[in-house]
Design a binder for this molecule. Structure first.
Ligand code: NAI
Ligand code: MG
Length: 326
């Protein structure tokens, strides 16, 4: 059965790493039909719309979406896209790879981030000059959905350690609810888990990441802790992610448009290619996903490598090396 994949490269290095991922998927000879859409700063400048209606429709109708990155308009692009695909769970694996000079070479953590509410509701206002507020929304339903997804993910993928991140000692109502519901779900799964205050957790993730497996997080905490963990495994060029919904999903690297290196052909395509591997898993091409991950791991171990990993290769060199190994 042919799957239709919406491809939205976006801005900056999104324009460089997204074609790399498509090339790799092509090389795997899976039955995908790619339809490309525009989004981000460039299209906003031209048309006034960061996420044009046609692109919304592409993502809504496709079986899955591959998204690169947007620049300053990121919030106007990725938040609606996540909602268009009905995503409630953001899956962000942070793994270290053999042969790379990581700060913490024994890391294998998957952040399961709540993807719809928390402080990313966009409900902000200026009450008076110099005073602004933000409404943090936490619902029992979304907390239950993300906790169930997280425990299910841990069970399916054989993770022994599950941690619920929160700050319920201060945000008593909102994170209090998140924590209560997540603990209830953990108990109902009959699985062991820990709870952790997210600030102390940030320190422990740096010092002893090997003690963590699946970390279930509120929205902002998941965003920040996953970037922090990118730092200890070798950088943002390595972290893929999936935005999973009931019936649709979107796959994107954790990184942004990286304007500091955009246009130079030196962006690390690994995060984007590993996101494509998550897409393959999602569409039940498990064998192809494993082959692709192995190829990426081999290239990371033996090179060529992009400058963020200490090498001097370009995006295209790394992509070609991955394809050669397939
Ligand atoms: P960023 O992720 O774009 O870059 C942070 C640092 O990591 C930069 O030094 C960059 O060169 C490096 N980096 C990131 N990806 C890399 C890769 N594949 N290979 C090599 N180096 C890589 O985050 P930053 O600088 O905070 O934001 C830049 C722009 O991206 C902003 O306009 C921001 O709004 C947007 N952004 C978009 C996101 C999205 O579309 N989902 C997510 C995060 C930021
Ligand atoms: Mg982020």
């Amino acid at each position: 059965m042919t799957h239709e994949i919406a491809v939205i490269p976006g801005d900056g290095i999104g324009q460089e790493v997204t074609p790399a991922a498509v090339e790799v998927l092509d090389a795997l000879q899976v039955d995908f039909e790619f339809v490309e859409g525009e989004a981000g700063d460039a299209v906003a400048e031209r048309t006034g719309e960061a996420l044009p209606e046609e692109t919304r429709a592409l993502a809504a109708d496709a079986d899955a979406t591959l998204f690169g990155a947007a620049g300053e308009t990121a919030a106007d692009v990725i938040l609606p896209l996540r909602s268009i695909v009905g995503s409630f769970a953001n899956v962000r694996p942070a793994r270290s790879y053999p042969g790379l000079d990581a700060i913490q070479p024994e890391t294998d953590i998957v952040f399961i981030r709540e993807n719809t509410e928390g402080v990313y509701t966009g409900i902000e206002s200026e009450i008076t000059d110099g005073v602004r507020t933000l409404t943090r929304v936490v619902t029992e339903e979304a907390s239950r959905d993300i906790a169930e997804f997280g425990f299910e993910y841990a069970r399916k993928n054989d993770f022994d350690d599950v941690t619920i991140a929160h700050k319920a000692n201060v945000m008593r109502q909102t994170d209090g609810l998140f924590l209560d519901v997540a603990e209830e779900v953990g108990d109902s799964f009959g699985m062991e888990y820990d709870t952790a205050l997210m600030d102390a957790l940030a320190m422990h993730l740096v010092q002893r990441p090997e003690e963590y497996g699946v970390v279930i997080c509120p929205n902002l905490a998941g965003d920040m802790l996953s970037d922090l963990s990118a730092g200890i495994v070798g950088g943002l060029g390595l972290l893929p992610s999936a935005n999973v919904g009931e019936a649709n999903a979107l796959f994107e690297p954790v990184h942004g448009s990286a304007p500091d290196i955009a246009g130079q052909g030196i962006a690390n395509p690994a995060a984007m290619i590993l996101s494509a591997a998550m897409l393959l898993d999602h569409l039940e091409y498990g064998e192809e996903a494993d082959r692709l991950r192995t190829a990426v791991e081999d290239v990371l171990a033996e090179g060529p490598r992009t400058p963020d990993l200490g090498g001097d290769a370009g995006t295209e060199d790394v992509t070609t090396a991955v394809i050669d190994r397939l």
